[in-house]
Every structure is written in structure tokens, then in C-alpha cells.
Design a protein around this ligand. Structure first.
Ligand code: GDP
Length: 290
């Protein structure tokens, strides 16, 4: 992380440390306060912010900067390390045959992300297929069909069927020559029992290598309940944060990462199939602190 990546007030605070070889308590408090301010306004859960600031404070005061390191660089390194500790590295996604199941509430961006991920895998040289099992949301089939056409990837769905579990089963069979299967599922407006029952059934038929929870960047504390329910029912291996092209910074999704003991896999940055980025901690940390 470089200073330029930080928000202006945090950068100013860091700049006041220029030339110092030791930090005193007041310096550290000021840095920690700026970090707290940035993270809270990025929707990071207050408990996580407190944990993080405690560790930064303790380390910044206790650890001696290694020889030749200025106090400012030392504290910057600690901030970065602690942030990576909280956010984690990106979810491991080996470029090999695999089945990925997407979970999340309606409107979170699952269908869009399914097509985007398929596009991403196809650019990596793998043959992906999207299986659309969302029989709940009107238009989900057409949307998935259109987006997978845009992505030039294989698609399976059945607009006349009403059993998502059967669609999943048929879809896997119909696309058996694909290397990466991405199974889109129906959401609901809220966490309803039938949603959980349905995705558990799909999970048992699909037997995914990875289940990813799709969350809108604007999600605040609602991330906690969703993460807990999906984690208990199907197990969550990673998070996809969508709509990061808007004003929301996606800090709420860190609650889900924390609750599920998982990590972030992808970021959605727009409405077209190419608007996807593999998560990497540096850029995301800068965004949260920016
Ligand atoms: P689903 O109900 O979870 O399948 O959600 P959709 O994939 O249909 O997405 C809901 C809405 O969010 C659609 O209008 C998408 O175009 C939009 N959307 C999804 N991902 C992104 C994104 O990364 N950026 C923007 N701006 N819009 C997105």
C-alpha cells in the first residue's frame, strides 16, 4: 500500500508523522481515529472496526520500527497487515474443472455475476456453462440467456419448468462437456425458510466445489444474518461483492467474510459481462480507507 491510496485526511495525518522515528500515543490515536472514521463510513461493522483499531494501536506502540524504517512507514505497514488480516487474500479458485453454486437474496446480482464469472473463466481458457435454476424471479431465465449470449458461453435453463432441483440435475447433464459449471439459484426478498430449503436441495444435487454468497456492496448489517443462514445451510467458501461501481464501498460484506470464515472471490463493477474483477486486497483496502 502506498500513501497515495489513502483518503486525504488519513494521508494528511500520516504526513504529520513524516520525519519522526518514534510514534507517541497521541500520533497513534490520531491515525487510528482516521482509520475508524473511514471504515465506519464504508459500512464496516463497528465490532470489526474496534478489533482492528485495537490491534493497530497495540502493535504501533509496542513494535519497534526495524532499522531504517520511519515511524510513518512502520505504522502504514501495520495498518496494511492488519487490514489484510481482516479482509483476507482472495478466495482460491484453481483454473480447473469445478462446480460453483451461487447463493444470495433477490437483486443481489447473482444472475449477472454468474454470466460474468463464466465470461471470466472463458477468458482464462476454460469452457464454462451457466445453469439457471431461478424459477422464482420473472425474467431470470431471459436475463441469464441474454447475458450468457453476450459472454459467448454455454447456457442451460428451462423457462417452462418449475422445479429448480430438476433443472439443476438436467442442466448438469446437458452441459456435461463444460469444465466449469456455474449454478445460479433463486433468491427471495428476505431470508425465508423455503429459500433455504430449496438451496439445500440444489446443493445436495449439484455437490459444488465452491459456494459463493453474492452481496450488494450497499449491504449494511443485513450481511450478518444472510451469511449465518447460508453458512449453516450450504457452507460458504467465498463472497462476491456486486455494484462496486456505485457509491457503496462494500464494507458491510466484510461481516459476511468474518461470519463465514471465508474470503472475497470477485468484485462486480458494472452491468455488462466484462464488469468483473478478481478480488485483490490492495485495491479493496485503498477503497475502504479512501
Ligand atoms: P439476482 O436477483 O441476484 O439474480 O440479481 P441480478 O443479477 O438480476 O441483478 C440485479 C440488478 O443489479 C440488475 O439490474 C443488474 O443489472 C444489477 N447489477 C448486478 N451487478 C451489478 C454491478 O456490479 N453493477 C451495477 N451497476 N449493477 C449490477
Amino acid at each position: 500500500m502506498v500513501l497515495d491510496d489513502l483518503g486525504s485526511s488519513l494521508r494528511d495525518t500520516m504526513d504529520t508523522l513524516r520525519g519522526k522515528s518514534r510514534l507517541d500515543e497521541a500520533d497513534v490515536e490520531e491515525v487510528v481515529r482516521e482509520i475508524q472514521r473511514s471504515l465506519l463510513s464504508a459500512d464496516v461493522d463497528v465490532g470489526l472496526v474496534m478489533e482492528l483499531s485495537d490491534s493497530i494501536e497495540t502493535r504501533a506502540l509496542e513494535e519497534e520500527p526495524p532499522g531504517g524504517t520511519t515511524a510513518r512507514d512502520h505504522v502504514l505497514k501495520i495498518v496494511y497487515e492488519e487490514m489484510v488480516g481482516l479482509i483476507g487474500e482472495s478466495t482460491e479458485l484453481p483454473l480447473q474443472e469445478q462446480t460453483i453454486l451461487l447463493a444470495g437474496l433477490q437483486g443481489s446480482g447473482k444472475t449477472t455475476s454468474a454470466a460474468k464469472m463464466a465470461w471470466w473463466f472463458s477468458k482464462k481458457g476454460l469452457r464454462p456453462a451457466v445453469i439457471q435454476t431461478d424459477t422464482f424471479r420473472p425474467g431470470a431465465y431471459d436475463q441469464a440467456k441474454q447475458m450468457t449470449e453476450d459472454a459467448e458461453v454455454q447456457f442451460y435453463g428451462d423457462p417452462d419448468a418449475d422445479d429448480p432441483v430438476q433443472i439443476a440435475r438436467d442442466g448438469l447433464e446437458a452441459t456435461s462437456d463444460a469444465e466449469v459449471h456455474i449454478v445460479d439459484t433463486a433468491g427471495r426478498h428476505a431470508l425465508e425458510d423455503d429459500l433455504i430449503a430449496e438451496i439445500e436441495e440444489i446443493d445436495s444435487v449439484v455437490d459444488p466445489d465452491r459456494s459463493l454468497l453474492v452481496l450488494d456492496a450497499a449491504i449494511g448489517q443485513g450481511a450478518k444474518d444472510q451469511a449465518q443462514r447460508f453458512e449453516e445451510s450450504i457452507g460458504i467458501d467465498g463472497v462476491v461483492i456486486t455494484k462496486l461501481d456505485g457509491t457503496a464501498k462494500g464494507g458491510g460484506a466484510l461481516t459476511a467474510v468474518n461470519e463465514t470464515g471465508s474470503s472475497i472471490a470477485f468484485l462486480g463493477t458494472g452491468e455488462t459481462v466484462q464488469d468483473i474483477e478478481r478480488f485483490e486486497p490492495n485495491g479493496f483496502i485503498s477503497r475502504l480507507l479512501g
